[in-house]
Write a protein that binds this ligand. Sequence first.
Ligand code: ADP
Ligand code: MG
Length: 230
Amino acid sequence: MNLHEYQAKQLFARFGIPVSSGEVADSPKAARSAAATLGGDLWVVKAQVHAGGRGKAGGVKLAKTLDEVEAATVGMLGQRLITKQTGAEGLPINQVFIELGSDIERELYLSIVVDRAAERITFMASQAGGMDIEEVAAETPEQIFTVAINPGAGLQPYQVRKMGFGLGLTPDQLKQFGKMCSNLCRLFIECDLSLLEINPLIVNDKGDLLALDGKINIEDNALFRQPDLV
Ligand code: ADP
Ligand code: MG
């Protein structure tokens, strides 16, 4: 079962993983009042569909005024968004997520999958975030750092350091990253996920890590014990 970005970010927040403030909306008026409630002077209007590649397909729009928030929402709701991941018929946009805009210093990649061959939950991290990770994996696989978690021992500090150094993090960011990774691990296991992806994981202008996108798949065979998520 897939979650929408805004739902994934609700889970992130519940597990202590830093995200921006945001609100989901299903009408231009609701989008406008969501932005007004959030405050600030830069918002991002994000189409909520079960597919990535939205940015390149016009499904992620920056807005500098409440009028622009409303106009971007009018342009999305009721349309079908066609991205690299949707096929030609696209997916209907029924909701948008209004989020505070971030000043981005770096875009990193972080994901957790179940490596069935190794029978391990496995982290993947790369400095090449914000792009098509499939291309990075195919053309420059050395840019992806992989760490497999021993189910008995759990995530180890040396594994966090391996990924953190690979990501080129500062000592302070490495501390944030360690906390984030153990919270992500807890989320992954407690919620029976089969995939969790943060692309991009950003470093913002204050030097802090923030999950700017969120993709979550829940293992279908475990849905019976995740009634809240269902
Ligand atoms: P997708 O992966 O479907 O294209 P993302 O959520 O990753 O959608 O957004 C695409 C890009 O838009 C990001 O890589 C980032 O550069 C930008 N972006 C997304 N959310 C924000 C935000 N809150 N503030 C600033 N830029 C954003
Ligand atoms: Mg993304």
